[in-house]
Design a protein around this ligand. Sequence first.
Ligand SMILES: NC(=O)c1ccc[n+]([C@@H]2O[C@H](COP(=O)([O-])OP(=O)(O)OC[C@H]3O[C@@H](n4cnc5c(N)ncnc54)[C@H](OP(=O)(O)O)[C@@H]3O)[C@@H](O)[C@H]2O)c1
Length: 234
Amino acid sequence: MPTVLITGANRGLGLGFVTQYAGEGWRVIASCRTPGEAETLGRFSAENGQVSVVQMDVSDHGSVDACAAQLTGQPIDVLINNAGIASDDFAHQMLGGFDFENWEAILRTNTLGPMKVSEALLSNIKVGAQKKIAVVSSTVGSLTQMNEYPIYPYATSKAALNKGILLMAEQLRNDGVSVLCLCPGHVKTDMGLKAEGASVEVVDAVAGMRDEISNLTMATSGSFKRYNGETISW
Ligand SMILES: NC(=O)c1ccc[n+]([C@@H]2O[C@H](COP(=O)([O-])OP(=O)(O)OC[C@H]3O[C@@H](n4cnc5c(N)ncnc54)[C@H](OP(=O)(O)O)[C@@H]3O)[C@@H](O)[C@H]2O)c1
């Protein structure tokens, strides 16, 4: 069976990906920053032999390199860059109240994190059969949509991530690696419930994004898709 590596796999959408891929028999490498505290994931892994838990903090490059070293030579069919953060305080995300330290932390996790993880695991992906990299981005990062929702740090972190993904899709085309940018919708997770209006269940967001990953080909590499199949304008 194929292998998927998921970042931020201990709760929310990440845990949803773990349970659904494992349910279909995939080998799952579930990464999270504090495995010792990931009780639900730990229990699931203990009950499902094909799910292994590894430590990786995507904002700590030493931690990413250590995880990659542990996986040297192991093929990864699909990498899902899912880990992400948003500010708890909307006032600090808006012009007039910026908290630049928090903004830097969001950029480090949401933008640099997926770039660093993808780079560190590229040799594993290249020896995988499917050779796919997906990122869980957001429509909030679109340059043309949701501009009435001024959460600057989170929005700019996803916009910059999107550009990185487009560049990566082009650069990796000759290697046969396909790259996909995803939006899960407004999902009922810890993050999603910080803002009013979360309406999408984790199970549906994950199922939809898995369909998009499954349908990804070299011809559609570099696309931006919502969990329900819609194409999002950059
Ligand atoms: N929920 C939504 O409505 C929505 C909408 C658009 C996009 N997204 C994106 O979807 C992704 C998943 O979000 P979610 O809704 O599932 O949020 P969530 O429930 O808050 O989960 C976030 C996950 O990311 C992990 N994480 C955060 N920083 C990390 C780091 N430095 N290293 C490793 N893991 C880290 C968290 O681990 P800890 O438990 O250790 O904190 C947690 O597992 C994010 O990229 C988010 O931006 C979500």
